[in-house]
Design a protein around this ligand. Structure first.
Ligand SMILES: Cc1ncc(COP(=O)(O)O)c(C=O)c1O
Length: 410
């Protein structure tokens, strides 16, 4: 069974244009069903929640449906474990501002030098409040996070370990379940940034056994809006960062100050519509096209297709003597997602991306806000790496077109 790309691409209005989108790890295209839900909300239920009149009740139901879907998508135990916010960066800062109130000076937090700064900065700033920040550094030879290095950093004072599920530069998938085990054996919490993972795979926060898990819809075929999962027992204990009269047991509200964006909260139900439509298209025999089990089948098709795209592109790069792939050189879908970064010996990365622009192919260079990783690998001075980030709606023809262009450039 193969992903029906004609069907897939028809669901994304932008894909009928002349551009090829290979900057998906920066932001993916939005699926039409998500746009429709935003429009439906704003044209038929754009009122404040919580009143007794009918439209307000409809609005509340719609917003709750958005939370319900995200809880189902990541397999949260309870819908109250999902907090919505403007961005992953902001949600993590909100979390840090509450979490720090449970800490004492001298307590330790471990962050990595491989993450996007969103999952470092908020924690790093807690140094000002006497929290000790330790860096789990990437193994420069293997470009992997070495679990033995983590074990050496953990102490009885470690309260939290924070890292990314998949690197937005390397594409490498970190073994979160294994890491959660190590972190929990030390009685610490694990916070995972899933922004670069969620466009490619469907996680299960219960199976992964993570404590906090965060992602942004705009990289997963939706609008600029984000969700943070927190394990219920922990959220219940975290101090309120909302108004003083919000109750301590009012989760997620006590950690989500201000009104949620109602139309964007509801919009994500449109991603469920899309996944359900894909199930119906590919597995018409399935009775419940909207269940997690059905969605898993679609994500399996995504993974196979993305691995094919990645392998094609990596085969090209692997043949080039002057190229260093910054990440795994193979497309094993258990180990990496379809985000591929590379540098060319003696070439400043920006000179390549600018030339590719002319062919109406969107790729990108830079540090992608993983500045510490770029500094560690010493690529900050050469305009960072060139990144080609593919998702399930890209085609082999698009990859071949990019290869043909790049082949002329280096
Ligand atoms: C891995 C990763 N984490 C976090 C972020 C930041 O997300 P947001 O813009 O929602 O704060 C990004 C954005 O590029 C990212 O790639």
């Amino acid at each position: 069974m193969e992903l029906n790309l004609n069907f897939v691409r028809k669901q994304f209005p932008a894909l009928s244009g002349e551009w090829t989108y290979f900057d998906n790890a920066g932001g993916s295209q939005t699926v039409k069903s998500v746009v429709d839900r935003i429009s439906e909300y704003l044209t038929t239920s754009d009122v404040q929640l919580g009143a007794s009149y009918e439209i307000s009740e409809t609005a509340g139901k719609r917003v709750r449906e958005g939370y319900r879907f995200v809880a189902d998508l990541i397999n949260a135990r309870d819908v109250s474990e999902v907090i919505f916010g403007s961005s992953t960066t902001m949600l993590l800062r909100q979390l840090a501002s509450s979490f720090v109130q449970t800490l004492s000076p001298g307590d330790e937090i471990i962050v990595t030098n491989c993450d996007h700064e969103a999952n470092v900065g908020g924690w790093f700033n807690l140094q000002k409040q006497g929290i000790v920040i330790k860096f789990w550094e990437i193994n420069q030879a293997s470009l992997e996070m070495d679990l033995e290095d983590l074990k050496k950093l953990l102490t009885p004072k470690t309260r939290l370990v924070s890292l990314t599920h998949a690197s937005n530069i390397l594409g490498t998938i970190n073994p979160i379940k294994e890491i959660a085990k190590i972190v929990h054996q030390n009685n610490s919490y694990l916070c995972v940034d899933s922004v670069a993972y969620m466009p490619h795979r469907m996680p299960d926060v219960q199976d992964l056994d993570v404590d906090f898990y965060v992602f942004s819809f705009y990289k997963v075929y939706g609008p600029h809006y984000s969700a943070l999962y927190g394990r219920k027992e922990i959220l219940e204990k975290l101090p309120n960062i909302n108004h003083f009269f919000i109750q301590e047991d009012d989760i997620p509200y006590k950690l989500q100050p201000g009104s949620a964006n109602y139309e964007l909260s509801y919009s994500y139900v449109g991603y469920r519509d899309y996944l359900g439509a894909l199930v119906k298209e590919h597995f018409p025999e399935i009775k419940d096209p909207y269940s997690r089990e059905s969605f898993k089948k679609i994500y399996a098709l995504f993974a196979i297709h993305e691995a094919e795209l990645t392998q094609r592109f990596l085969d090209f790069l692997n043949k080039k003597k002057n190229v260093r792939i910054i990440g795994r050189p193979d497309a094993n879908p258990d180990k990496r997602v379809s985000t591929v970064s590379f540098v060319i010996k003696g070439v400043v990365s920006s000179t390549i991306t600018k030339k590719v622009d002319d062919y109406k192919i969107g790729i990108r260079h830079g540090d992608f806000y993983a500045r510490r990783l770029m500094d560690a690998l010493d690529y900050s001075k050469t305009d960072g790496v060139i990144r080609v980030s593919m998702v399930h709606y890209n085609t082999l023809e698009e990859v071949d077109r990019l290869i043909a262009v790049l082949d002329r450039l280096f």
